[in-house]
Design a binder for this molecule. Structure first.
Ligand code: ZN
Length: 120
């Protein structure tokens, strides 16, 4: 795998900045929508269950966004310390194609698959 060119690095830096912004907005919106249903709210039993199911979904989405934001922020930190683009496990370049699809990736594809294989 080839190391990143300065142009690719700049491209990914911008992608990470945009991603962080987008996730932050998503989390804020989720937080507003994930307020607990007040029990004395004059809504029917069914619609209350709907509202609770919807809140669970919003909460799951918000949590996933928060976790991704953590990875994005870690990637931005690696950019500042020039560790970005190298696998956190084997230290080989992660590769442009993978980083373009997933700019927050900390592992190369081989190490990621190995890690997932171990979890299974
Ligand atoms: Zn690796």
């Amino acid at each position: 795998m080839q190391p990143l060119t300065p142009g690719q690095c700049k491209n990914l830096r911008q992608a990470l900045d945009a991603l962080a912004e987008e996730l932050r907005i998503q989390i804020e919106r989720g937080a507003a929508g994930a307020r607990p249903v007040a029990l004395d709210e004059p809504i029917g039993r069914l619609s209350r269950m709907d509202a609770m199911a919807q809140q669970k979904m919003i909460e799951a989405t918000r949590r996933a966004a928060a976790q991704r934001l953590e990875r994005v922020e870690a990637a931005r930190q690696r950019l500042r310390t020039n560790l970005y683009g190298r696998c956190a496990s084997c230290e080989e370049p992660i590769g442009w194609a993978r980083l373009k699809a997933r700019p927050e990736a900390a592992l190369c594809l081989a190490c990621q698959q190995e890690r997932e294989g171990r979890l299974r």
